[in-house]
Design a protein around this ligand. Sequence first.
Ligand code: ADP
Ligand code: MG
Length: 372
Amino acid sequence: MAELQERLARALTKRYAVKAELGRGGMSVVFLAWDRKHECDVALKVLRPDLASALGPDRFLQEIKTAARLKHPYILKLYDSGEAGGLLYYVMPYVETESLRQRLEREHQLPIADALRIAREVGEALDYAHRERVVHRDIKPENILFEGGHAVVSDFGIALAAANARQTDSGVALGTLEYMSPEQSAAKRELDGRSDIYSLGLVLYEMLTGEPPRLSVDGTVKTLERLRHDVPPGVGQVLRRALATDPEDRFATARTQARDGLEHDVQKARDDIQATAEKLRSESTTASDQANAWAEGIQRSWSDHVTEARRRMDARKARHDAKIAQHYAEDAEEYAEFSINLAYSAVEESEYAALEAILARQDADAATAAAS
Ligand SMILES: Nc1ncnc2c1ncn2[C@@H]1O[C@H](COP(=O)(O)OP(=O)(O)O)[C@@H](O)[C@H]1O
Ligand SMILES: [Mg+2]
């Protein structure tokens, strides 16, 4: 395809500098290019030459006008389009971050909340486009890009141009069949928004299971529940309805699908999170009660130890006091003995004195008698 790049670069050289190929699909090749006028990177998409010649510039530009009319935050803008050197191209913002296809290749299964949010954003873009009477016809992970933290849908209008080219020239190969609704595969001319709803259902299935959709409708939903246990039951119901073979059995609009189905599940997921948080809170209360009880127990047994130690100290002190008291008692006893002895000797001494007094009296009496 280097030849195509050169051809395009030559044809557009005044306005764009074609830098490198970004990727290619069944119908087109996308290049990174420098917009000389606005001095910024852009993505330049060129229709395959055989498709371009089957379609012709008038029809192509007619379909592109449809896409240019759409203005929605979740729809990738269209900057410019035209014909140059027999090539049909259109210009859109260059999205640097990975596409949903690349994210799926990297992560396989997406977190449920992310998958539901992306499906809801794409659903909002589709709902808007359907109300503007535009059917995308090629909803698939390659056409879901991300900008400013939300999904943006690319390639509005392009698939219809390709379908028209196919009708003009049956030699032109079909695009990817994987995500087509049954009525689209059956090449029904009149398609409505419900065909996109079917394709979005398949994309959601792939985001949840990591498996590309290739089973029958009932099989698909049964497999969903087998491949991913944590999918809320409501999501299975939404998918079953989005993937109904008969469009009459699907959601009438992407809006009802988001409101009745996905939002119900997002709400349920929120309720589940709240219930879990509540449970954790009550478990942590129980745990802190338990910890308090333990702390109290430890404190109690600690104070038991302190009391016991005090009791022992008191006993030791009492023993010590008793010993001192005994010493005092012994001293007192000795002192008492000494006092008794002292008393005895005092008594003895007074007895002597009395005796001496008696003797002195006798002596005096005798002297008196002798004198008379
Ligand atoms: N605006 C864009 N910015 C950056 N890369 C893009 C853009 N549009 C398309 N691409 C890349 O180019 C690849 C080919 O795109 P396209 O021709 O639309 O085919 P398909 O959508 O089938 O993959 C995409 O898969 C994507 O990786
Ligand atoms: Mg694309």
